[in-house]
Design a protein around this ligand. Sequence first.
Ligand SMILES: Nc1nc2c(ncn2[C@@H]2O[C@H](COP(=O)(O)OP(=O)(O)OP(=O)(O)O)[C@@H](O)[C@H]2O)c(=O)[nH]1
Ligand SMILES: [Mg+2]
Length: 837
Amino acid sequence: MAAPPNSWEELLRKMLPEGAPLPDEDQLDYSISFDYVGPSPFFKPPDANPAIPKSRFTAFPKRAPSLTPRNPSWIKSRSSSDTTSSEIRPFSLTFDDGIESEPESESGNTGDHHEFGDSNSNSNSNSNSTVICEGEGEGGVRVMGCGRCGKKGGNEVWRGRERCIVCGAEYCKKCVLRAMGAMPEGRKCVGCIGRPINEANRRRLGKVSKVLVKLCGRVEVRAIMQVERECRANQVRPEQVVVNGKELREEELDELLGCLVPPRDLRPGRYWYDKDSGLWGKEGAKPERIISSKLNLGGKLQTGASNGDTRVYMNGREITRVELRVLKLAKVQCLPDTHFWLYDDGSYEEEGQNNIKGNIWEKASVRFICSLFSMAVPSERAQRTKEEPSSLSARSVSKNLEEHKVQKLLLLGLDGSGTSTIFKQAKFIYANKYTPEELLNIKLIIQSKMYRYLGTLLEGREHFQEETLMKDTCSDLAADRSVPGSCPDFTDYFVSISPRETRVTQSKHPVAYGFLVLILSGETECYGSRKCVYSVNQKISNFCDWLLDLMASGDIDTVFPAAACEHAPVADEIWKDPAIQETYKRREELPSLPDVAAYFLDRVMEISSSEYEPSENDILFAEGVTPTNGIAHIEFSFGDDSAVSELYNEDSKNQQPLPKYELILLSSPKWLDMFEGMSTGLLCVSLTDYNRQWTDSCGLQQNKMVASRDFFESVAKRSCFEYTPFLLLMTKYDVFKDEIEQVPLSVCEWLKDFNPLKTHGKNTSLGHQAFHYIGARFKELYASITGRKLYVRQVNGSEQQSVDEAFRYAREIMEWEEHNIGGIYAMSDDDLLSEEL
Ligand SMILES: Nc1nc2c(ncn2[C@@H]2O[C@H](COP(=O)(O)OP(=O)(O)OP(=O)(O)O)[C@@H](O)[C@H]2O)c(=O)[nH]1
Ligand SMILES: [Mg+2]
């Protein structure tokens, strides 16, 4: 069933504010994502109709095989042939240079096979062909205008440009095929064929570009991308890899890349390698991988290879501080000037003692911490090989690498921004359920928190009661003494330090001040017999005194939850008391009382009982379930077709392995620098923050959206996230869309320029426009820091489907980044959109 020709335009028009112009297809930006409200644009095909293709959003592309290192088959072909261009020819092109018409690229041509033969000679015979490599910069400097026809940027044709991965010369859509010919080594001008690529473009190798898809069709582009990745001329050259201070020789590089556990994604650079343990890292840095041991590579491992300063030595290398922490975690005695000998199986001994003391990889916690910090951990493959060496011989190296790759997602955000909720939802949706021990712990947390909420309410009640009675008393006194005029508002005259200590801080009004002094010095009896909406009976008052004393002395945690069951009836009575309900109505004045307090207190009897078992919602809404000052993580994988997936288990052995993900929730920014090499950063910001206050670690108050922005900025600036794409998850849209109708976005100084259009459409509501505006401000900020694109999505943490969709979006981003490096080449992202899109 063919879609109507302009269906995407219609769909887009519905999403954009009324009157907004439609962007060109080339300019479409897929980096803001939100929940589409309306009928599904993708029809579920009836089972009986196999002709209808599966929706493209339900099937995610399989990860492409690892690009580098090369697989052994390549190494074989490399030694057998020395030609650079003819060994892998993606397809043949015939080119009729007499026809000046633009290739049919705009429509209908996708998937067509272009027959442009012998392009090299034809291109060269063209009068313009001499400019092919002119003006090129070796360092990838961009040539202004098309390198062949000379057209400058700005017009439609120029926008879809392609760049040579050697010289950086750019060609407009019309000239790409003429300038690059059959592309036997990928996107290179014909004059650059056989020449090594510019290293700045290595990350671009094999990443599909939209322009090529339009010009050549998918099948051909795949072939071009494959040769671009695999042909000899584009590989790392031996002299570009220095190991232990020595440039590699050709056979050494072959040994390194052809071994069972090679370095991941080898780039030109300086490395150190410990052949006894297999540890491998960049010169001057911590180990990043354990590769195959006993390879004969480079020079001798130097003491200062990793720039360690710990006075603890491993196989002659002074180890780094992070390694020392790991050793301590593994309970290895590490006194200064200890010299260890570490073997490739993880066993270690002190030098010269000939006595194996243990195995550092034995503990799961050690392996976990190492993998969290992107540090070396022994690969399962290497371990399996030891057990069954023959079982792996037939498997390709790249396949193995794929299988064991775990995509790491780092979840960050200020307290209350929704991070814990998303983490808990991910655990419900994808990972295993909570264990009985975890459930017991959560139950105790919920019970304890519930009594704290009650304490906070009682404290507030006391404060509100004093305030109200004092006001009443003062107005009576004022009336008694016939003070002319109305009674001043006494609340202006004192600031509450705590409900039990009220201090006069102003005395603008001498009469009022006189009354206050009178009241405060003349005992509270003057309103002791009075009552107000916040007054309670003696029983509650006694409980209130007891609970508040417990809170003040810090003993509440020793009493609750142990005494929860015993005090449940009175707690229930208190919660239902009208005075407490009146207090709860003013909960925004009690900052430590979360909205979820009522959810739990409504069921105080049930929750206080020893038989109570927290439900999924209870866990979701409970505070403090995830560690507030540390790290939590879950590992999971999810399939393409359904929201719910299984843990990868024994049963899936025979199936295609699902990609694995590790979600790491980081509550404390002090660890941030340790998280290099994350696949994606998920940063949560609550949309309602624009109207909230935040107290920083120094006790200073500021707008919470501004605090979130500053936090985001500090994260984006870290060098450890240089290559990490970020997805901004904007939470609490459900609350925000109503709140924005009452309180304008301009209450936040950073967002004061928001200028909404007055329209009445589903997707042009004030909330929707404001969400876009905030997203755009964050994108702007991120681009100014990193020059890259920030992905944005709204999430409702309380809905599993919304969280699931956010993770699916994150997965698409990882795919795009892997195939298109959208972020790094953001300046030309119009031609680097995913093939899948
Ligand atoms: N309405 C609504 N509430 C949300 C949403 N996301 C989170 N919340 C609530 O916001 C509060 C704070 O949630 P989180 O930020 O996840 O909690 P946290 O402060 O990071 O961590 P803990 O307090 O330790 O649980 C909780 O009461 C959540 O139920 C959302 O999208 N919509
Ligand atoms: Mg919290």
